[in-house]
Design a protein around this ligand. Structure first.
Ligand code: D5M
Ligand code: FE
Ligand code: ZN
Length: 503
C-alpha cells in the first residue's frame, strides 16, 4: 500500500463533503482497490451522513468481497480497537453537531486571547514588569534572606546581605570581574562577581531583565555587594512530572509554513498518512506550536519565495492539509511570528475570520504561549522567538541551533519564556505577564528555530519540533540547516520521545 493513500483518501472524501474516522480510512486504504471501494462507500452512504463510519465501510467491503474469494480487508485493521474518543462512532448526522466534546479534550490555561488590556502606554510597561518581578521574586524569596535595594544601601559596611532583583546591566571590569546591576521596585544596587568564584561561569548565562537572587557581603562603604552565590527561579531538581494513566501519544509539531515554495508537501502527507495507520493508533493528540503558514511580508524579499501570495489563501490551504489528519485526533494550535496575529507576545490566538477558516476537526486555537493539559500532562506551548536571542547571547555549549532544547532549558531555569526585553522578541505590555512560567510544565514545546531537539531538564521534557519547510534562500545565506519532515511523538504515560522521520 503506498503510504500516501490514506491522505489521498481523506482528501477525496473531504472534497465530496465527508469526514471519515481513522479506521474507516485505514480500511479503505487497505482494500485491494481503494478508489473503487471509496466510490462504493460514498455511493451507498446514508443520505444525511456527514461522516463515513468504519461499520459502513466494512459493510461495503464485505458485500464486494463475497464471492471473489479475495478478501481485501486486513483483519488487523478490522479488529482495531475503537479509539477512546469515538473512532468507531456510528454515522454522524447533521443533528449531532452539538455532541459534547470528548472527555479527553485538552484544557487550556494562560490564554491571552480576548483578554488583552494593554494599550502600549508607559504605565502598561511598568505594570507588566512589576507583575513579572513580583511573581518571579516570590519564587526566590524563600531561598534567600533578601532585603530591598534601598534597605541594603543603609546597612553597615561589611554586612552579609541578599538581594532579589531584575538584571538591569552586566559589565566586565578592567580586571575581568563582572559588575551586575540588580533592580527592584525600590532602586538599583551594584553587585560584583569575582572571576575566580566557582559560579562565575554562570554570568555568561545571564540575560538582561531576568530575575535572580544573590547573596554576599557588602563592601566597607556598603556601596557594592560582593557576590558569594547566585540563584535562579529555576525548576526544582526533584520535580516529578505527571504522566498519563494509559498508553496514549501526542505528536508535537510546528512551523508548517504552508504557502512557502519550500513547504515540503510530500513529507507532510507522509506524516498525515502515517497518522491513519495502526502504528499511529495511540497518537490521539496533535500540538502545533506556530508558523502554520508562511505569511506575507514577514522578512525582506520573502515574497520571492511565496507559493501562495494571499494570506487567507494560505490559511485555506493549511486547513486542507489539516483535514488530512484523522478527525478523531484532538488538535491544539498556537500562532507564531509568521501567523496573521500581532507579533508582540503574548500573541492572541487568531481573529474570528481566521478561526473559521481553521475550524477543522474541532481544532482548539489558543494564544502563544499557553499551557495545554492532555491526559493530566501539562504542556507549555510557546512558539520560540526568544530562542534566537538565547542562542545569540549565550555561549554555544549552553545554547545553540544544533541543540535547541538546551536553549529551552535556560528559559525553564529563568522561569520566563522571553526573559530579555527589547531584542528579537517583541513584548506587548499587559496587566499580567503571560510570559512568566508560573507552574512547572511536564512538557515544554517550542519550534521557530526549525531544528529538532529534545531532552530533559530537571525531569521536564523539552522538545523543539523541527519544521515542514526546507532551506530558504535566507536560511542558506546564514547557514541555517533546517530539520524538516520530522514529528516527535511523545508517550504521555512515560514522557519518552520517538522522532519519526517522514523525509
Ligand atoms: O524562523 C526560522 C529560523 O530562521 C529562526 O531561527 C529565525 C531565522 N530566520 C529566518 N529568516 C530570518 C530573517 N530574515 N532574519 C532573521 N532571522 C531569520 P521563522 O520564524 O520560521 O522564519
Ligand atoms: Fe518557522
Ligand atoms: Zn517562527
Amino acid at each position: 500500500m503506498p503510504l500516501e493513500t490514506p491522505a489521498r483518501i481523506v482528501r477525496e472524501l473531504t472534497s465530496r463533503g465527508y469526514n471519515a474516522d481513522r479506521e474507516a480510512v485505514t480500511l479503505l486504504a487497505s482494500a485491494s482497490d481503494p478508489s473503487g471501494a471509496l466510490e462504493r462507500a460514498v455511493e451507498r452512504a446514508p443520505e444525511d451522513a456527514l461522516k463515513l463510519s468504519v461499520d459502513h465501510v466494512r459493510s461495503v467491503l464485505d458485500s464486494s468481497v463475497a464471492g471473489d474469494g479475495n478478501p481485501s480487508v486486513s483483519t488487523g485493521t478490522a479488529v482495531a480497537e475503537p479509539r477512546a474518543n469515538g473512532g468507531a462512532a456510528p454515522v454522524e448526522t447533521k443533528g449531532s453537531a452539538s455532541t459534547p466534546r470528548s472527555p479527553h479534550q485538552p484544557t487550556i490555561d494562560g490564554d491571552i486571547t480576548g483578554e488583552s488590556t494593554g494599550t502600549g502606554e508607559y504605565d502598561d510597561f511598568v505594570a507588566v514588569f512589576r507583575d513579572r518581578f513580583q511573581r518571579l521574586s516570590g519564587k526566590l524569596r524563600g531561598r534567600v534572606n533578601a532585603r530591598p535595594t534601598n534597605a541594603v544601601a543603609e546597612m553597615p559596611g561589611g554586612s552579609d546581605a541578599a538581594i532579589v532583583g531584575m538584571i538591569s546591566d552586566i559589565r566586565s571590569t578592567a580586571n575581568g570581574h563582572w559588575l551586575v546591576e540588580l533592580e527592584d521596585t525600590n532602586g538599583t544596587f551594584p553587585c560584583l562577581v569575582m572571576k575566580d568564584k566557582e559560579f562565575a561561569g554562570l554570568v555568561d548565562e545571564l540575560l538582561l531583565d531576568e530575575t535572580v537572587a544573590v547573596e554576599g557581603s557588602l563592601s566597607s562603604d556598603a556601596g557594592i555587594l560582593f557576590v558569594d552565590s547566585l540563584h535562579f527561579p529555576d525548576v526544582p531538581r526533584t520535580y516529578q512530572p505527571s504522566t498519563a494513566d494509559r498508553h496514549v501519544q501526542a505528536a508535537l509539531i510546528s512551523d508548517v509554513h504552508v504557502g512557502s515554495q519550500e513547504f515540503e508537501i510530500d513529507a507532510w502527507q507522509r506524516f498525515t498518512s502515517w497518522l491513519h495507520t495502526d502504528e499511529a493508533q495511540h497518537v490521539e493528540y496533535l500540538l502545533v506550536a506556530g508558523d502554520m503558514v508562511e505569511g506575507v511580508g514577514i522578512y525582506p524579499n520573502q515574497d520571492e519565495e511565496l507559493d501562495i501570495v494571499d494570506i487567507f489563501d494560505q490559511y485555506e490551504q493549511f486547513s486542507e492539509h489539516l483535514k488530512e489528519v484523522p478527525d478523531d485526533m484532538e488538535i491544539v494550535m498556537i500562532p507564531g511570528n509568521h501567523d496573521a496575529v500581532r507579533l508582540a507576545e503574548p500573541q492572541p490566538g487568531f481573529d474570528d475570520e481566521l478561526r473559521e477558516i481553521m475550524d477543522v476537526h474541532d481544532a482548539r486555537i489558543t494564544g502563544n504561549p499557553s499551557t495545554v493539559t492532555i491526559e493530566g500532562v501539562s504542556v507549555l506551548m510557546y512558539h520560540g522567538v526568544s530562542l534566537d536571542e538565547v542562542i545569540a547571547e549565550l555561549p554555544a555549549e549552553k545554547a545553540s541551533y544544533d541543540e535547541p532544547h538546551k536553549a529551552m532549558y535556560q528559559l525553564l531555569k529563568k522561569r520566563h519564556v522571553a526573559p530579555q526585553y527589547g531584542g528579537h522578541t517583541r513584548v506587548a505590555p499587559e496587566e499580567r505577564d503571560y510570559l512568566v512560567i508560573d507552574e512547572v510544565p511536564d512538557i515544554f514545546h517550542t519550534g521557530h528555530v526549525h531544528k529538532l531537539g529534545f531532552g530533559k531538564y530537571h525531569n521536564v521534557l523539552a522538545i523543539n519540533s523541527g519544521c515542514w519547510q526546507s532551506q530558504t534562500d535566507f536560511q542558506k545565506s546564514v547557514n541555517i540547516d533546517p530539520d524538516w519532515g520530522y514529528a516527535p511523538i511523545v508517550d504521555l504515560d512515560t514522557l519518552d520521545v520517538t522522532a519519526r522521520k517522514f523525509v
